[in-house]
Design a protein around this ligand. Structure first.
Ligand code: FPP
Length: 288
């Protein structure tokens, strides 16, 4: 099939296109963004609504952030949709979340596929209800050949679960004689995680003002830049996402090196500052 990029059903405004141009001009967008989507319950409670109403509105944020990421050419977006610990929530909330997940995949699959998005999932997927497993498998298989944004849903996932699982598999391979303990390195360990083959997240966003990583991608976020916002997930839409991306673009990632070593190899800072100011002006105009 001949794919036309970005055939989303909603047209983008000219201001949005302008914002995205300014961001792209920074030439420092993250390859991989990971998001802890928090605050759905508080969003609903503040409106005297049941918690599930917050999750439902949170789906609209998922839609918007996925689209914006694809439009900007971000390679990987990983969303913490359901943690291992979330199974402890009241049964009614857990089943409502599962239904929402199923609804999202059914409703969005065609559009995601048309826009070259590859759907992926990490976590203990066998723990999910069969209906969710079926639609998830269908979505993964149908989009397997897509080459655009890789959208990974972390479901029944926790970083420790993944690390323990990797250790078990490595131990088995040592026992079978396929590996010796000396072979175990950072790279080898990473290749046993469920995120194998993906670049590590460059940017980790957490909404709702909490300053925790909550068992998300523990190994992979070693060098991720963190962005925390008080905005609750259902209110986190592309405008604020652009801010997080512009903020990321300004940061100096040293990976243990000195500032001098880094600046010798990076883009010129005054240029980046100029683009950031331009971007802020566009955002201010949108708000005004
Ligand atoms: C945290 O908010 C959010 C979750 C546990 C679930 C996130 C799920 C969605 C946004 C919908 C489904 C996702 C996809 C990818 C289709 P919280 O309930 O902990 O909020 P609170 O801290 O305010 O109580």
């Amino acid at each position: 099939m001949d794919r036309q990029p970005h055939q989303w059903l909603c047209e983008r405004s000219s201001e949005d296109v302008e914002c995205q141009r300014a961001l792209l001009a920074l030439e420092r967008l993250p390859r991989h963004v990971a998001i802890i989507m928090d605050g759905n319950g508080r969003w609903a409670t503040a409106r005297n609504l049941p918690r599930i109403a917050g999750h439902r509105e949170g789906i609209e944020s998922v839609r918007d952030i996925v689209k914006a990421s694809a439009e900007l050419g971000i390679g990987y977006l990983t969303l913490y949709a359901f943690s291992t610990e979330n199974w402890k929530r009241p049964e009614a909330e857990v089943s409502a979340l599962m239904r929402l997940l199923e609804y999202y995949l059914r409703a969005e699959l065609d559009e995601l596929d048309r826009n070259n998005v590859r759907i992926n999932a990490i976590g203990k997927l066998v723990a999910l209800p069969k209906r969710v497993q079926r639609i998830l498998t269908r979505a993964i298989e149908r989009t397997a050949g897509n080459t655009g944004l890789v959208l990974t849903l972390a479901l029944s996932y926790s970083g420790r679960w993944d690390i323990v699982r990797a250790v078990q598999m490595i131990a088995l391979d040592v026992r079978r004689g396929k590996l010796s303990p000396e072979d175990i390195s950072d790279e080898l360990f990473g290749s046993y995680l469920s995120t194998a083959g993906m670049p590590e997240p460059d940017l980790l966003i957490r909404t709702s003002g909490e300053l925790r990583v909550s068992n998300f991608l523990l190994w992979e976020i070693a060098y991720a830049e963190l962005y925390s916002t008080a905005t609750l997930w259902p209110d986190f839409r592309r405008q604020e996402y652009y801010h997080a991306l512009a903020d990321y673009a300004r940061r100096e990632r040293r990976f243990g090196m000195t500032s001098e070593q880094v600046s010798a190899s990076s883009n010129s800072v005054p240029y980046r500052t100029y683009i950031k100011e331009l971007f802020d002006t566009i955002v201010q105009r949108r708000k005004g």
